[in-house]
Ligand binder design. Structure first.
Ligand code: ADP
Ligand code: MG
Length: 678
């Protein structure tokens, strides 16, 4: 039984048990799964390959007696010369005078330490008499806290492995072990703590990586299945012919990708379970048209649709474009915080009576005062902008609508199937034909004059430009001040020939609307803005995006901003004004200039930032894996997902005795997190 208190391990007394408890180790199992967070690999390297200042391991023969110098109180320094590949190398050690007796001329010795290439000198941290093959070349590195030492921990783990050997039960069905050539759980655990060599460590890691992914995927797939079962009876009886007819009225032919995701969505709508789907599509890939079709499908069934967006600007824009698209097919109403008084009352009443077919709005849509007559399809645009709670509330509104979440932040596939494993995922991975790739340049601040000339040139050609002011984190106020300053500066340079508008989050909604309208109507040619234009804004005549202090933005955000241009037929440009300090910042700028493909960019972003940072902390929904690494082990993740799907679909957990331990492990995971199915 691994659930016993850790003091059941021989040699662990009260004091050590207390120390371990402080590290979160309470049971034998906790102890066994307190795995090294890193491994130092010491392998003897030839002299020629040693790198200055690196931690290296060398072996050689002691050439002359070791010398010890004493200085200060209790301090000493030992120096000894080795012959390594016939070269004399000096080794020094501090406060280890006792070694003098061991390091005798003619003996062979293996030493690890920091290498000084200029002096051919090693500052020794670790040594062992004899050649390297007698020494464990891989050293696990553990995290310890308080009074607990690494030595104590390792000793305890070793004892626990011996004492509880037979209790370490396999959870993976044998078929997986054989077909993937994975070591059994006990052996793998042994190798995680005491790796004999690189290969056995690699196998052990592979095993636990797969185990972690499989359990997690099983959990997600299980939740997904439960959700489906719970939502049975949700078929939407939409009118296929009417929907087809509506599609033909669109001013363009849908791309293959749009058609494909629509098929997936329509299948969800018609099926017995409720849709819970994530639609990914790069900026400008045409998600709005897809949304319009899905919303209209609800209307043909005599129901209502709603689309929720994160900002008022976007709500207004969507309301306009949807109303235009759906003219003659459905009625569209706008509901945001700034729809007030009588107008608000009227809209609320229309929604409640079913006099309006489609509602577009901000989170105002999910407030208590809003009652839908028959909400059947709900769409959340730019879903990452909403918290989990807001998303859930929308889902619970009305009569259990089918829900589609849309995002223009392409999420690397590994993250998508991890964070959104309980959803279905669709992707529009193709741009409408004829789009020109946006040319992106990275410039330093001292070339701002040339950037201003570029604005003049574009405006002279009849186009427009956005200028994004620097982002000041944690400070709305400074953000806005920056935009105001920049607006003043550019107005001084350009007015009256070129008119400059100003947009930021503190403007009154009416003012915002007016500013956007002026820009959309080309009454202003340059729009200075904070990142409020980031999402969704659509002014096809704008061809130039200039971003000040671009190093302050993440890759995804830069990509979003860049997506404001390149929406028409003309060639568009993005200019990043940036002086990044670190390598990562420079790398970001380079990546931006090299790719306009959002999916590719997001993969790179993930590499740069790591999974934890990718989504804001708040709502990441990404579990912490002990061994597995989503970025590097993505193949294992794909495999685990496929296997999990199969196991759930074939109900093996319930029916196949080989899967009993796996079921127990899964149960334990659910219980551990105290999770409930919603
Ligand atoms: P996003 O996915 O960023 O929300 P939009 O839906 O706003 O993209 O579409 C961007 C632009 O592309 C819009 O002007 C839209 O009319 C146009 N568009 C959408 N689908 C197509 C298509 N299949 N062919 C041509 N243009 C399209
Ligand atoms: Mg959009």
């Amino acid at each position: 039984m691994l659930k016993q208190p850790v003091d059941q391990v021989k040699g662990i007394g009260d004091k050590l048990a207390e120390g371990l408890a402080n590290m979160g180790i309470f049971t034998v199992e906790d102890l066994l799964f307190h795995l090294p967070y890193r491994y130092d690999v010491f392998e003897v390297q030839p002299l020629a390959e040693l790198i200055h200042d690196d931690k290296v391991t060398i072996e050689g023969e002691i050439a002359s007696p070791a010398q010890v110098q004493y200085y200060g109180r209790k301090k000493n320094r030992l120096t000894v010369t080795l012959l390594v590949e016939n070269v004399a190398v000096k080794a020094i050690m501090f406060n280890r005078a006792f070694a003098q007796k061991q390091l005798l001329p003619g003996r062979r010795v293996t030493m690890t330490g920091k290498w000084d290439q200029h002096r051919l000198q090693l500052t020794v941290s670790n040594f062992k008499l004899g050649d390297a093959d007698e020494m464990t070349p891989i050293q696990p590195v553990y995290g310890v806290k308080g009074s607990v030492t690494v030595r104590q921990l390792q000793k305890s783990v070793k004892q626990a492995l011996d004492q509880f050997e037979t209790d370490i039960q396999e959870v993976l069905p044998v078929t997986f072990l054989t077909s993937y050539k994975l070591p059994d759980r006990r052996t793998a655990l042994q190798h995680m703590h005491f790796p004999a060599d690189r290969q056995s460590l690699a196998h052990a890691r592979r095993r636990f990586t797969y185990e972690e992914f499989l359990l997690f995927q099983l959990k997600m797939q299980f939740i997904r299945k439960k959700k489906r079962e719970a939502s049975a009876g949700g078929s939407l009886y939409y009118d296929r012919e009417k929907v087809k007819d509506f599609i033909t009225t669109l001013p363009f032919q849908l791309t293959n990708a749009q058609q494909r995701v629509l098929k997936e969505i329509m299948r969800d709508l018609g099926s017995a379970y409720r849709m819970n789907r994530l639609l990914q599509g790069d900026v400008g890939s045409g998600k709005t048209a897809v949304a319009a079709v899905a919303l209209y499908a609800a209307v043909t069934a005599g129901k209502q649709g709603a689309i929720m967006v994160p900002t008022e600007i976007l709500a207004e824009q969507h309301a306009q474009s949807l109303a235009a698209m759906l003219d003659g097919y459905a009625t569209v109403a706008l509901l945001t915080g700034s729809v007030k008084g009588k107008r608000r009352k009227a809209v609320l009443e229309q929604i409640a009576k079913g006099d309006v077919d489609i509602v577009v709005g901000t989170h105002a849509l999910i407030q208590d005062e809003v009652h839908y007559k028959a909400l059947a399809v709900a769409i959340v645009d730019e879903q990452h902008r909403f918290g989990v709670q807001q998303r859930r509330t929308l889902r619970d509104k009305g009569l259990h609508p089918d829900v589609l979440f849309m995002t223009a932040t392409p999420i690397p596939r590994t993250l998508a199937i991890t964070a959104f494993g309980d959803m279905d995922v669709s992707a529009i991975d193709e741009m409408p034909a004829g789009r020109k790739e946006i040319e992106t340049y990275w410039v330093k601040e001292n070339t701002v004059d040339r950037v201003l000339d570029f604005i003049r040139k574009e405006v002279a050609a009849g186009h427009q430009a956005y200028v994004i002011s620097p982002l000041i984190e944690e400070s709305d106020k400074l953000d806005i001040q920056n935009a105001v300053d920049l607006h003043q500066m550019l107005s001084a340079v350009f007015e009256p020939d070129i008119r400059v508008g100003l947009m930021h989050g503190r403007l009154h909604p009416d003012e915002k609307e007016a500013v956007m309208k002026e820009f959309a109507d080309n009454e202003t040619q340059v729009l200075v803005s904070t990142t409020v234009v980031e999402v969704g804004v659509n002014v096809p005549n704008a061809t130039l995006m200039i971003i000040y202090d671009a190093e302050r933005f993440g890759l995804s955000q830069l990509h979003q901003l860049r997506g404001r241009v390149g929406r028409g037929d003309a060639q568009s440009y993005c200019i990043l004004i940036a002086e990044p300090k670190g390598e990562i910042g420079k790398e970001r700028m380079r990546i931006m200039t090299e790719t306009t493909n959002g999916f590719e960019l997001s993969e790179q972003d993930l590499q740069l930032r790591g999974p934890g940072d990718f989504f804001g902390k708040k709502q990441s929904g990404i579990p912490e894996f002990k061994v597995a690494d989503m970025v590097h082990d993505y193949r294992a993740l794909e495999t685990a997902r496929k296997d999990a799907e199969e196991i759930i679909a074939e109900e093996k957990l319930e029916n196949d005795p080989d899967y009993r331990n796996l079921l127990e492990a899964l149960d334990a995971q659910f219980a551990l997190n105290g999770e409930v199915l919603d």
